[in-house]
Design a protein around this ligand. Sequence first.
Ligand code: SF4
Length: 498
Amino acid sequence: MSDAIREHCGVVGMMCRDEKIVSCLYWSLLTLNHRGHESYGVAVLSPDGHVSVEKGLGLISDLSLEEFHAWEKELRGRLGIGHVRYATSGQLSSKADLFADAQPVADEHLGKNLCIAFNGNVTNLLQVSEELASGASKRSDAHVLLRVLLEEYVKNDDVTDVLRLICEKLDGAYAIVGLTESGELFAFKDPHGIRPLSYGFSDNVGIIGVASESPALAVNGIELSEELKPGELVLIGNDGSIERRIIKGMCEYFCAFEYAYFARPDSKFQGRYVYEARRELGRKLAQRYSEIARNVDVVVPVPQTAEDAAYGFHLETGKSVEPVIVRHRYLKHRAFIIPAEQRKLILLHKYNLLLDRVRGKKVALIDDSIVRGDTLGHIVRMLKGAGAREVHVFSTFPKISSPCFYGIDMATFQELIGFNRDEEEIARLLSADSVNYQLINDFCDAVGTNNLCLACITGSYPTPYAQKLAEEGRRLALEGKRAEGRLFEVMGGGRCRA
Ligand code: SF4
């Protein structure tokens, strides 16, 4: 991914044998940090039933040793949850806003307490928040979601019933982890199973956990884990009891983009490493576009998520892979400290080229996906400027022509280079000799499942409110009207923030 799309969020929930849960949460969040760079946080249930929350801005690796030791001292308990965040809802403008929106979030209502962390996006948030009692915090989707849960929890403290009820109210994607005041840890995946959430345990290490991706469990000694099913609840009692049940399961629509871009290569979905799927995606591209693939001299991956696919392309064609594009490692571009124009400038400067490797050559440039195309176009022009004879772009993900309303930050039609344009026009905009997208069938074959959300490719959304938003947004975009923000925040009566 060469575009400035950033990750969404990562969640973790764990129970361990001793009272050192905060250390387990810390390591899991480090492992999930690629999913959210803006803030991090942990919440731990103390032995006396009190939930304490600690948060910070930026990467969790920025936490100093002193701060970590303070956490260890303050947050003693066996159950806890954690979160890393990139905002796909709520305010982006200041550090104070980002800190206030950082998760986990805890609240009290009529004497009942809950604490949650959440990954995904509730598309009908505006409607849901309007139904809440006055005085409820509506800062971000996590605050609204927590309040919706709490308003049911005060009437009935059975978590299963509460989650069943909110499934009826919410449209969107949500993987939730939470702590109840009676000492339970719960994890729940939305009925379509759009966002990832894995569960596992290790008797040897004495730990039970759920996390957005399996390496966040493996880092704490849980080697075997499995993906939760759509609508599945995992309920872990303070005594270590485990209950798993499907509350409301529907046909699975797992986010296809996780395979192409978001997830770590060492994550496992449906028992298969993501890097294997990516390698296969590269193979499929080389097979599908065999004529162009045969004629290139060199295969160049856009770092870092296209490297496995480039290797697959090489396996199929025998063409050598050259790591021509070097990414500046220490470039930081946090949304809250850098104005938009500067951010663009930084993005254009984040790559350098090994020039003599491409001079006079025909290049197969492999990217995992093409969203806006700004940076990819810049790379193509850099390659041409370095003397590349031809540059053929290959995208392991099919053409993205519709927004995502489920937690990936590409939420308008106009920002997408693939909206209302054919491949020829896109190639021209990118200054490339050709643009070759993965076909949907090849994508499904490569990742080994058809149970995928492909809404950003097909325009067909698994949930009804998202479909409605998309149809209205598409109509406006075709009329040339620009949305002044993410469609789910600006359509249907104003921004989400109260
Ligand atoms: S619309 Fe695209 S990015 Fe969003 S959940 Fe579906 S597949 Fe993933």
